[in-house]
Design a binder for this molecule. Structure first.
Ligand SMILES: C[S@@+](CC[C@H](N)C(=O)[O-])C[C@H]1O[C@@H](n2cnc3c(N)ncnc32)[C@H](O)[C@@H]1O
Length: 417
């Protein structure tokens, strides 16, 4: 696994140097001058724990969640007070865990953030299907949430069972969504589950768009080594044919693909916290991407609260990118939107994309992974599959490895990837 990522990393970053994350820069946060900055807030609590889910979370209790949110408000103040004036940011996303469990306190978090930031592109929050009730949705709306993402996973009991989740009450969800509309209503699905067919997924997509969603995310199942799930992996050929069929079906229906895994039936319906130049993350396990560094907060709720109590940033590890490492990071995440505009790249790095990666782009074109028009590179269906295929290696060699350590150690000294 790491053989493939080591070779591509050495090739594309032009150095055998690994990605080195250390605890040396844990109180540094040079974000005040950055443009195109998004905000992310992590709420690490769920009513029950899904065995397949890798994210940082614990069982919800009101008391624990309230203590955590009190610390979160302080973290925002510690970071925000570094600003001399209110800063314009793009969007704000609440992820988890299940942020909707803290619906009654999201308004408070938003108003503290608004003391320091001007949010220009809306506010999103994740929900478990059980949270889709009139009262919770009304609370979210009153708090200023404009986009919601519901973790459906599958509408079919067979796959819900495989994932250890309860059956979703589709009609009830549709009724509630009709009563309390949002600018974006996204539904998450997982594909490549055992014996899952295109007919199963087509059914899920149709139900989503006819029951209140205007945006869907169809993620491939990833079997993280530290999760307890025992869902067998689907073969590469089968997976490719499923992804191709989903893409063809959505494009035939006229749905817009705004990233590798997401489609919408309405112009302007968007839900993505990843595809932006920079982001600031608050809370446990939240990550922050800056001009030439990336940091990750501690995964321990307890240690997080302690750090904040001593008025210190809860950063666990930071990487200071070399120029090429940052370029690779930029291209990997921008490609996630299926398009890379060479002008944006040049504006960001002050070097033409052709000069940095002309040879690689030529090969990608020859292999039929990308097409180019007016300096914009667009991923083909084949390219999207191989991106996905590579992303699986990336996830297991980097994210899985890092999260395995972070789950056990609140503040490791260093990690090399
Ligand atoms: C934090 S959860 C969503 C909100 C809520 N906690 C829930 O369970 O419905 C984020 C999304 O990540 C996706 N996800 C979680 N584990 C995954 C895995 N092992 N492979 C692929 N996608 C996964 C799911 O689609 C899930 O809805």
């Amino acid at each position: 696994m790491s053989f493939i990522t080591n070779i591509t990393r050495t090739w594309l970053t032009r150095t055998p140097k690994p990605f080195l994350f250390t605890n040396e820069y844990d109180q540094m946060l040079p974000f005040t001058e950055l443009e195109n900055l998004g905000l992310y807030v992590h709420i690490p609590f769920c009513k029950s724990i899904c065995k397949f889910c890798p994210y940082c979370k614990e069982i919800y209790t009101k008391e624990k969640c309230d203590t955590y949110i009190d610390a979160l408000l302080n973290e925002i103040q510690i970071v925000g007070s570094r600003l001399k004036y209110k800063k314009r940011v793009t969007s704000l996303y609440f992820g988890g865990g299940t942020p909707a469990l803290a619906a009654d306190r999201l308004g408070e978090i938003i108003s503290v953030l608004k003391r320091y930031f001007i949010i220009t592109e809306g506010i999103g929050a994740e929900l478990h299907p059980e949270n889709v009730t009139v009262s919770t949705l009304q609370t979210l709306k009153d708090a200023g949430i404009t986009k919601i993402s519901i973790g459906i996973q599958s509408f079919q009991p067979k796959y819900q069972k495989i994932l250890g989740r309860k059956t979703v009450d589709t009609e009830k969800i549709a009724q509630v969504l009709e009563q309390i509309p949002f600018e974006t209503v996204s539904m998450d699905f997982i594909f490549a589950l055992p014996q899952q067919t295109f007919a199963d997924l087509k059914n899920d997509i149709d139900i989503a768009f006819s029951h209140g969603a205007n945006h869907i995310a169809v993620y491939p199942f990833i079997d993280f080594t530290f999760t307890e799930s025992r869902v067998p992996a689907m073969a590469k050929k089968e997976k490719r044919s499923l992804l191709d069929s989903i893409t063809e079906y959505c494009s035939k229906k006229g749905y817009h693909r705004d990233s590798i895994w997401t489609f919408s039936n309405t112009k302007g319906a968007k839900y993505s916290s990843m595809t932006r130049d920079h982001f600031l993350g608050f809370g446990c396990s939240a990550t922050t991407l800056l001009k030439d560094s990336f940091k990750i907060n501690t995964f321990s709720v307890e240690e997080y609260c302690k750090r904040i109590e001593s008025r210190k940033l809860p950063t666990s590890l930071t990487i200071r990118f070399t120029k090429y490492q940052r370029m690779v990071y930029y291209l990997f995440w921008t490609a996630y939107s299926t398009k890379v505009d060479s002008r944006d790249f040049e504006r960001f790095f002050d070097i033409p994309l052709q000069k940095a990666y002309g040879f690689e782009l030529l090969i990608a074109k020859m292999l039929g992974f990308i097409t180019e028009k007016d300096g914009v590179y667009t991923m083909t269906k084949k390219g999207a599959f191989y991106y996905h295929y590579y992303e699986n290696f990336y996830t297991l060699a980097y994210i899985d490895k890092m999260w395995s350590v972070m789950r056990k150690e609140a503040f490791p000294k260093e990690i090399q990837l």
